[in-house]
Design a protein. Structure first.
Length: 151
């Protein structure tokens, strides 16, 4: 088991994981298809942000993307392949997110959470600070979470 920086050529693999992970929560095909663009991680996003993968041997299990803006940041992606959900890999990735946030000097970061992921983020120490409107579905509200990064 290892965590390493994502390579730009791994975008298609990460995109598949993001779509499969989102579908895990019971969303239908039309919902997932509508989310495809928002769940796509480009080569530029991989190059310009802190994108890391969790892998076992040569299989990518999950990944995250942490975007930094000064001393604050934003967790844009944190997805686990559905075959590995519920087995502790999310916590391993989260610990890496916190390590990366400390390493790059963040005081805090926000998360536009899927409603199904809110409890996970709360268990990891994030707090709900409000709601944001979905970029895909007009009128759909998503939990806005914040994580303070202790030094």
């Amino acid at each position: 088991m290892s965590i390493r920086k994502a390579r730009t050529d791994e975008g298609p693999i990460l995109n598949r994981i993001a779509l499969r992970s989102k579908a895990y929560w019971g969303y239908d095909e039309s919902f997932i298809e509508a989310c495809r663009e928002d769940l796509t991680i480009s080569e530029q996003k991989i190059e310009g942000n802190h994108v890391y993968v969790l892998e076992n041997s040569s299989t990518i299990i999950g990944f995250y993307c942490l975007a930094a803006e000064g001393r604050t940041g934003r967790l844009d992606f944190l997805f686990i392949d559905p075959d590995y959900i519920g087995k502790g890999y999310g916590k391993i990735l989260w610990e890496s997110v916190i390590h990366t946030a400390r390493e790059i000097g963040l005081d805090e970061f926000t998360i536009d959470s899927d409603p199904h992921a809110e409890e996970f983020y709360k268990k990891m120490g994030a707090v709900r600070i409000g709601e944001v409107e979905s970029t895909v579905f007009r009128g759909r509200k998503l939990p806005l979470m914040k994580m303070m990064v202790s030094k």
